[in-house]
Design a protein around this ligand. Structure first.
Ligand code: NAD
Length: 265
């Protein structure tokens, strides 16, 4: 049997970090190499001891994980990917640690840092690791092309602690919509005298309770309406996708990858 993929987990006591550790425990082809979080205070998650994030660099050197899975925040994700590139000697003397991140809310400049890291190590960034969302990304362009001139609105809902809006998944879907039709500006919510421009795309972000993640695209016109909806019922679906991505990318060539590459493979 081939050796299990050794995975470092960041943000290990967060909502997603916990799910990632549980998803790794469910499989035989991978194992936790180490797990870190800010100020862990001697915590364990599923029996895995959580180490301080300040020790990330030394853990990379001493444990040499094949890949790191990161669900934290944009600034910390960039610190972690930078540490992975710094630890890579670029020859056979060290294990190249690939970087898989599901963190959302990167600015264009931050995105550029991820891409430059991908020149020396394999980097996979996906705003959504659910296979159903990838299917939605694949079909939404067709729907837009088939319904030219229809009004397009996107509504997304998440739990009340989500920081970025609209969600990274919403932005990914909006990019796909815009690439397949003639649209004007994105209008984020409406208030007061706000008649709809014919070509605008309305974007609405709901933040409430414990909602795991919902995205709905409405295409309406000609006395008819099409709604394309994805609803994540459990965070485990994202964790399972991220672990699939980690096992797939370990040992890959340096470069920038996305979740579609994992599914296609
Ligand atoms: P969370 O707040 O529950 O967890 C984040 C964790 O990261 C926390 O434990 C926090 O302490 C830790 N953290 C943040 N900054 C850190 C730092 N500098 N050093 C060390 N640890 C740090 O958030 P969450 O719900 O788990 O989401 C995390 C990220 O993942 C968000 O950007 C969210 O949008 C994204 N997300 C992506 C997907 C996907 O499929 N790609 C799914 C769900 C959430």
């Amino acid at each position: 049997m081939t050796e299990p993929t050794r995975i470092g987990v960041t943000g290990a006591t967060g909502r997603m970090g916990r799910e990632v550790i549980a998803a790794i425990a469910d499989r035989e082809d991978c194992a936790v190499s180490f797990a870190v979080n800010r100020e862990p205070d001697g915590e364990t998650v599923d029996g895995v001891g959580i180490e301080p994030a300040a020790e990330f660099d030394s853990l990379l050197t001493s444990r040499e994980p094949d890949v790191v899975i990161d669900f934290t925040g944009p600034e910390s994700a960039l610190e972690y990917v930078q540490a992975c590139t710094d630890a890579d000697a670029g020859d056979d003397t060290t294990t190249t640690t690939a970087f898989v991140t599901g963190t959302t809310g990167f600015t264009d400049d931050q995105q550029a840092v991820l891409e430059s890291a991908a020149e020396s190590i394999p980097v996979l960034h996906a705003p959504n690791f659910a296979r159903g969302v990838q299917a939605l990304v694949n079909v939404v362009g067709d729907a837009v092309q088939n319904l030219p001139g229809y009004d397009v609105e996107l509504v997304e809902a998440h739990h009340n602690a989500k920081r970025d809006a609209p969600s990274g998944t919403a932005n990914r879907l909006l990019d796909e919509i815009e690439a397949n039709g003639e649209f004007g500006d994105r209008t984020h919510g409406r208030e007061g005298e706000a008649p709809r421009e014919e070509d605008e795309i309305g974007v609405h972000a709901i933040r409430a309770g414990n909602v795991t993640g919902e995205h709905e695209i409405i295409l309406a016109g000609n006395h008819e309406e099409v709604r394309l909806t994805h609803r994540a019922e459990d965070r485990g679906v994202f964790a399972a996708g991220a672990v699939d991505a980690a096992v797939w990318i370990a040992g890959a060539k340096a470069g920038s990858y996305d979740f579609a590459d994992v599914i296609d493979a």
